[in-house]
Design a protein around this ligand. Structure first.
Ligand SMILES: Cc1ncc(C[n+]2csc(CCOP(=O)(O)OP(=O)(O)O)c2C)c(N)n1
Ligand code: SF4
Length: 262
């Protein structure tokens, strides 16, 4: 409570996403002393500062590097990473793909607001092509990453996307991500009315959330739709849920083997 009032602008979606994570932890009945929430730097990465768990607010892009260290040293902890699209996929992109490749038991929630919020609206790896940012005043010519696809192809075993509008669904997705014994990546599509919204004339926070309501299609529904019907839409829901050897368990097996042979 000593950290309040929070830093987020009126209408920012990050608080809704943070609440979904807190609710998922509560629903699973986790002991708060056994949960460690790690973040990088950004508006999104401020979230752990407002949460009553073991928390680590680290450096920009490095949340997964710190989280990997925490998980290896204390595998019994439930390690959850909160990160922004810039934090996770630009400066932190290498940590993301390697954490996914290792299938380390960490749940990462990417607060994707399509822009660098904290530093004033520079384009990020998820800014759609053609959209505006302070560093793309004539339109972004980069093609955006689809972060769930990136994580899935790098080896994450649980991958999903939700939105600030579909907050109750997001709670369930985070719960399943935490329950997965391996690397889980959940993208939470956020709302940044201050920079992304203003720069791109998306209207108020409510308008942006209505846009999410009208353009998100659950993957199960999408399977029955044609490509024409899906034009301009984006997918939400559970994209991947598989089982692979988990990194800290494999590491423990080596430790056990050498203790036995000593
Ligand atoms: C090494 C380093 N480079 C750059 C910065 C400046 N910086 C702080 S936050 C940020 C981007 C934040 O964007 P994102 O991760 O998408 O989070 P958001 O603020 O949009 O939630 C940058 C570039 C920094 N703090 N450290
Ligand atoms: S700049 Fe954007 S992301 Fe950052 S607190 Fe404001 S609305 Fe939220």
């Amino acid at each position: 409570m000593d950290k309040l009032p929070h830093i987020w602008c009126p209408g920012c979606g990050h608080g809704i996403l943070m609440r979904a994570i807190a609710k998922a932890i509560e629903n699973l009945g986790l002991d708060k002393d056994k949960v460690c929430i790690v973040s990088g730097i950004g508006c999104s990465s401020r979230a752990p500062g407002y949460m009553d768990f073991n928390t680590l607010h680290t450096t920009h892009g490095r949340a997964l590097a710190f989280a990997t260290g925490v998980k290896l040293a204390r595998p019994e902890l439930e390690v959850i990473v909160i990160t922004g699209d810039g934090d996770a996929a630009a400066i932190g992109g290498n940590h993301l793909i390697h954490a996914a490749r290792r299938n380390i038991n960490i749940t990462t929630i990417v607060f994707n607001n399509n822009i660098y919020g904290m530093t004033g609206g520079q384009y990020s790896p998820t800014t759609p092509t053609g959209d505006l940012g302070t560093t793309a005043p004539y339109g972004n010519i980069d093609r955006p990453f689809d972060i769930p696809k990136l994580a899935a192809s790098a080896g994450a075993t649980y991958v999903a996307r939700g939105t600030a509008y579909h907050a109750n669904q997001l709670v369930k997705l985070v719960e399943k991500g935490i329950q997965n014994k391996g690397f889980s990546l959940i993208e939470g599509v956020s709302v940044c009315p201050t920079y992304y919204g203003r720069k791109n004339k998306k209207g108020t926070a409510v308008d942006i959330m209505k846009w999410q309501r009208d353009h998100a299609v659950d993957i199960k529904v999408a399977e029955k739709l044609s490509s024409e019907q899906l034009e301009g839409k984006f997918l939400i829901g559970e994209f991947k849920n598989t089982t692979e050897p988990e990194y800290t368990e494999e590491y423990q097996k080596i430790i056990d083997r050498f203790i036995k042979e000593r």
